[in-house]
Design a protein around this ligand. Structure first.
Ligand code: NAP
Length: 268
């Protein structure tokens, strides 16, 4: 029987996940379909319960439901437990398990796809929201140095810094000398530029969790203008976190490079 998966979010119309998982399934010969679910902001539990009651096998979870998913599942993996957020749900022995593959996805994109060194790299994360919670542990485990979270609202950085044992600053205090800077804010079109000094990005490898198929997000453009050593958007992380979810669901590790290449080609 064809196994059913979906991504649940609101809005979810723009999601590239169905395309990514369809490509993995075709390449790996997996009999599965992958849809989009867009419940109302208050309708997460009903939609997800109905999906699994109807025989669904697994879900990806995106904005704004990652914390709702954390509360809804029966059990967590270590990454989801640390993050307080779930981006992947699977069913084992009739129980739901919430996982978080964002950190694995980021680290794999940085180390394997981009070839940047994390061990010993002085690393700053901009932002202290759900995405930061999902990536801090994986960055710590990859051996980065002086890991510091900098946030517009400093008190949120301090809270997170205390919880994870990392440094905490305001966005306007981060100065320079970083090897790696990760933008995990949702600053959007205005970017973080007005708040972060240009020397923060100068000479650093700068990674934006936001993505654009042409790679040119506002943060990437800003970092390049500030003299970054190298810049990348988060499309590779999106593909790698999807691959980690696929492995949890299907027990096979899909090739990510052809899928990432195909997504980039749509921008040409
Ligand atoms: P969130 O929980 O809403 O947190 C938003 C963060 O952005 C907060 O730290 C907030 O600071 C900061 N912020 C918002 N507007 C800002 C501005 N104008 N200037 C400076 N800081 C600003 O969001 P999230 O869940 O962490 O997600 C963050 C981003 O990561 C989203 O855009 C999401 O799409 C992306 N993401 C990408 C992937 C991927 O696979 N590539 C995976 C996960 C998430 P305050 O605390 O001061 O409000």
């Amino acid at each position: 029987m064809t196994a059913r998966y979906a991504v649940v979010g609101n809005p979810v119309g723009h999601s590239l996940s169905p395309r990514i998982h369809a490509a993995f399934a075709a390449a790996e010969g997996q009999d599965m379909r992958y849809d989009k679910l867009e419940p109302s902001v208050a309708g997460f539990e009903d939609a997800v319960a109905a999906f699994f009651s109807a025989g669904g096998s697994g879900l990806n979870v995106t904005v704004p439901f990652k914390e709702d998913a954390w509360r809804w599942v029966d059990a967590h993996d270590a990454a989801a437990a640390a993050a307080g957020a779930v981006n992947t749900i699977l069913v084992r022995g009739g129980r739901t398990r919430g996982c978080n593959t964002d950190g694995i996805g980021l680290v794999r994109d940085i180390k394997v796809n981009l070839g940047w060194t994390l061990a010993g790299a002085r690393t700053a994360i901009l932002g202290a929201g759900g995405a930061t919670r999902g990536i801090v542990k994986a960055l710590q485990q990859s051996g980065v140095a002086d890991l510091t979270v900098a946030n517009r609202t400093r008190s949120k950085a301090e809270l997170l810094g205390g919880e994870f044992g990392v440094g905490a600053l305001g966005l306007d205090e981060i100065g320079g000398g970083w090897d790696v800077v990760v933008n995990a804010t949702s600053a959007g079109l205005n970017g973080v530029g007005p708040l972060v000094a240009p020397q923060a990005a100068a000479g650093a490898r700068c990674y934006d969790l936001l993505y654009a198929v042409d790679g040119r997000t506002p943060f990437c453009r800003w970092a390049a203008e500030c003299g970054a050593w190298s810049v990348s958007d988060g499309l590779g992380m999106l593909v790698e976190q999807a691959a980690a979810a696929f492995r949890l669901w299907r027990g096979v590790t899909p090739q990510t490079a052809p899928v990432l290449r195909a997504l980039r080609e749509t921008a040409r």
